[in-house]
Design a protein. Sequence first.
Lengths: 308, 308
Amino acid sequence: MILTVTLNTALDITHRVRALRLHTTHRVTEVIQRPGGKGLNVARVLAALGHEVTVTGFVGGGTGRAVQEGLARTPGIVDALVPVAGATRRTIAVVDATGDTTQLNEPGPLIAPAEWSAFQEAYEVLLRSASAVALCGSLPPGVPVGAYAGLIRTARTLAVPVLLDTSGEPLRRGVAARPDVVKPNTEELAELTGSHEPSRATRDARRRGAQAVVASLGPDGLLAHTPEGHWRATPPRRFRGNPTGAGDAVVAGLLSGLVEHLPWPDRLTRATALSAATVLAPTAGEFDHRAYDELRTQVAVTGEVSAA
Amino acid sequence: MILTVTLNTALDITHRVRALRLHTTHRVTEVIQRPGGKGLNVARVLAALGHEVTVTGFVGGGTGRAVQEGLARTPGIVDALVPVAGATRRTIAVVDATGDTTQLNEPGPLIAPAEWSAFQEAYEVLLRSASAVALCGSLPPGVPVGAYAGLIRTARTLAVPVLLDTSGEPLRRGVAARPDVVKPNTEELAELTGSHEPSRATRDARRRGAQAVVASLGPDGLLAHTPEGHWRATPPRRFRGNPTGAGDAVVAGLLSGLVEHLPWPDRLTRATALSAATVLAPTAGEFDHRAYDELRTQVAVTGEVSAA
């Protein structure tokens, strides 16, 4: 199975309102809620692609129960979340008639040292049956900033390929622990390297320790620097839609391609097509299966294989 | 005991953010949540005043469990909420550094006919040990618009004094069922009677069936037309603060005065002081006990007793 780690899981709530106006009262016309946090989104895409997925991370409180009830209704995902005393955070996406989103993200529960230890033990057990692991998203309060670096070292010790998708200091420390893949967006890459030139920044991120760096360029596709070569994957055109979950679809594409031992250009094609198909889907974070099938044949990959 | 009915209970969530800006993403710096819906707020004030209170209404889902856990932590309140299949609604109050609030109110669960019947049976049993009952707030989807009229008739049959605090068509129909007290604000009163002149509108609301009408004039106090006379209660000055829960404090003041058989002027003094002490409290919906004790001696009541 593929393991995804979401230390800061969330109950993602979407509120539809007619027109959001500051300092007034609104009747919410539609409420949608589902399990959230990057690693859970990645798991949903992996499960839809037919992979066996196990999710872990922290879960607690009434919001946590709602997350677990949602996961139980999703075929193909095994719930191995670790219970904590605090409550799983909520994220609220307020969507108005313009289609634009005003987002409120709660910080997440305070994780006690004993809870963090319990997670690390559970993680090590899960890794023993994992073909790959993705470490995704922000850290809840109480988890040490070097958490991902430690989790990467554990995965490397057990020879499980590890992908890291986070930002800021957790990314900086994680990269130094030599993960197999990191997937920053251009902003995260610039913050890590100080360079706003994607190709230079991607190379620089590799020098900092990541074995492969796949930079997400938003609607312009992906840029990858890997031990096997470097490539640029470009969708057939720029798509308009809801970009929520597009980055998580990239992670799912890369990870599924990794465990299927696809060559890098095929992984990048899959990741790019999944990402665009997510932007095109009417529901945030889902991907449009028909669009994915079409786009897979239309992504252009250019680049070159490294000298052996 | 005093019974309060909240058919559309809520999990009230307060999100503090630095500055709310449309169509951007916000980190919530503080999350507060507690049981909400007008009748639960009234019960909290009554319990703080030393009364035995039982709350009923509908509750369901993970949000409902959070409401019930919150009630269990509140001394003096007995939980007699009726379980339903749907989930209790959330309300989200986003408070930014200006102190102003942007409010999002979910509509509430769809109540099935069998659930509405189950509630009516439970309500009748509870009334048999109630000294008074307050019917508070909006109706969730599925509950008939004449619901409060029916609940008022049941209370009158059992000779339990009944206070109604709602708006729109449920208020209009409820008034016609001759409740002992209605407590509209000026907006609700104008909607009911078509008159924006509070004294005229208050008299008109009595003619429509309510035995006593106490109109809440916001920071200007209360206006009461009752079988015993008519009065105006005025706080010593206009208070600035958070008006959330001020109307529920008025209901608690009136109801506690009713079961203690206080004369109307004393009930109005208590309700006005509680309302102002709620506006002054730092936490929305709580009242400042010291301010309440001071204000009780400072409220001015003018008016006259009806000819016998």
